[in-house]
Design a protein around this ligand. Structure first.
Ligand code: NIG
Ligand code: FE
Length: 397
């Protein structure tokens, strides 16, 4: 994670037909006569060229907003109190159920464009605010439509196991069975790439999650987790034992969890924007995790309640200030490690020959400036799959 593989005076060659990277190396090794006669040359002298940001944890699709809660917290009401007063995920559930497919699509599309503008070229998106069969199916259809329209990689995650909806409070296992049953539906219709479970005293117990995971395993589906967010529930280690591709949040992770992650292929995805925005929970012990050998990714957790945040550079700033990560660690965490968290590291996440040309040009001279220039969008140019999406600060898409 400490090695950026930084090249100076370099050039990148893109084949705009295949959308793939064909060359990366010294600029001096490229002569004018090697270039295709129609090729376009971008002069990025004095600026940073890097792989597109990969946001491997978002909840982009939801109805309504929770701005009121944002200000209530500022006035001293906690995230947990707000949830117990009928706010929180339940409030978004009601607004999501009330929204039409078109409304859900349009609002999520605007959010997606905002991500692109900030240089995020690959996105993971979860359902989980419908929390009944019809509404979750609708959310997953919206996510499918987004994935078809998006120019970049758009990975789809079914998260019916975000919370037990109120009408199932007294018959939890029925809801668990329902979610487990829906896995076959989404998998069979090719509507998801992953499924995710919020394992937490306020959401699903490990025992309940196991019912869902056993079904997922039978179907050969890939598991992601919201794990050990507010305390050490042993969920990170349980996730490793169950082959989770990513264990996310981890604010409460303990030594056993860190050890399990370090010895595994599971990526530890940290979401400092959530603590910053919600004031709830602890920042994950990133330093201890990285020093112990965990592969750490960073993501926004974009959602209406605990992190309405679009900028991975801002997440990097928080990772530096609150979790003591280095510039190189942050950059790897929002590119190649996030690509690993999506099982896509052979395709995206770095500038290498044969990979998809998802490339940014930034208005700064060094990679260290990206987190340092707080809250600023330095991304002037965005190339996705070889296509120009943003040029000189203007969106073309
Ligand atoms: O990832 N931790 C659980 N779920 C969301 C919170 C969503 C919300 O408050 O709407 C999260 O932070
Ligand atoms: Fe989340």
């Amino acid at each position: 994670m400490a090695d950026l593989g930084l090249l100076r005076d370099a050039a990148v060659g893109i084949n705009s037909e295949s959308g793939l990277i064909e060359y990366v190396g010294p600029a001096s090794a490229v002569s004018a006569k090697q270039l295709h006669p129609d090729c376009e040359v971008f002069d990025a002298r004095g600026r940073v060229v890097m792989p597109g940001f990969v946001d491997c944890h978002t909840h982009l699709v939801f109805g309504g907003d929770r701005a009121d809660e944002f200000y209530k917290r500022a006035a001293g009401v906690s995230y947990a109190e707000i949830a117990s007063q009928g706010g929180g995920i339940r409030k978004t559930m009601e607004a999501t159920r009330a929204a039409s497919s078109k409304e859900l699509f349009e609002s999520a599309w605007q959010r997606y464009l905002r991500l692109l503008e900030n240089g995020t070229t690959a996105v993971e998106c979860k359902s989980g605010y419908g929390l009944n069969i019809d509404s979750e199916r609708l959310s997953m259809q919206v996510i499918r439509d987004l994935s078809r329209k998006a120019p970049g990689v758009f990975m789809r995650t079914y998260m019916g196991a975000h919370l037990i909806p109120p009408d199932f409070a007294e018959r939890r296992i029925e809801y668990v069975e329902q979610v487990a049953g829906e896995l076959a539906y989404f998998h069979g219709k090719d509507l998801c790439d992953f499924y995710d479970i919020f394992v937490d005293p306020l959401a699903f117990s490990q025992q309940e999650a196991q019912v869902i995971v056993d079904r997922g395993r039978e179907l050969g589906m890939k598991l992601r987790l919201h794990a050990d967010e507010f305390g050490d529930d042993g969920t990170a280690a349980w996730g490793v034992a169950n082959g989770a591709v990513s264990a996310d949040h981890l604010g409460g992770i303990g030594d056993e969890g860190i050890k399990a992650l370090a010895g595994s292929e599971t990526i530890a995805t940290l979401l400092p924007g959530t603590m910053f925005f919600s004031g709830h929970g602890e920042y994950a012990p990133a330093r201890r995790m990285i020093d112990s050998g965990c592969a750490v990714a960073l993501a926004t957790d974009l959602n209406p309640g605990s992190s309405l945040m679009y900028s991975l550079p801002l997440v990097m700033t928080l990772a530096v200030l609150e979790m003591k990560m280095t510039a190189a660690e942050c950059l790897n965490a929002v590119t190649i490690n996030a690509a690993h968290a999506l099982c896509l590291a052979d395709r995206i996440g770095s500038i290498e020959v044969g990979k998809q040309a998802d490339i940014l040009i930034l208005d700064c001279e060094t990679p260290e400036e990206i987190a340092y220039q707080v809250g600023t969008n330095l991304v002037s140019d965005v190339i996705v799959n070889g296509d120009l999406i943003k040029r000189h600060g203007v969106m073309l898409f």
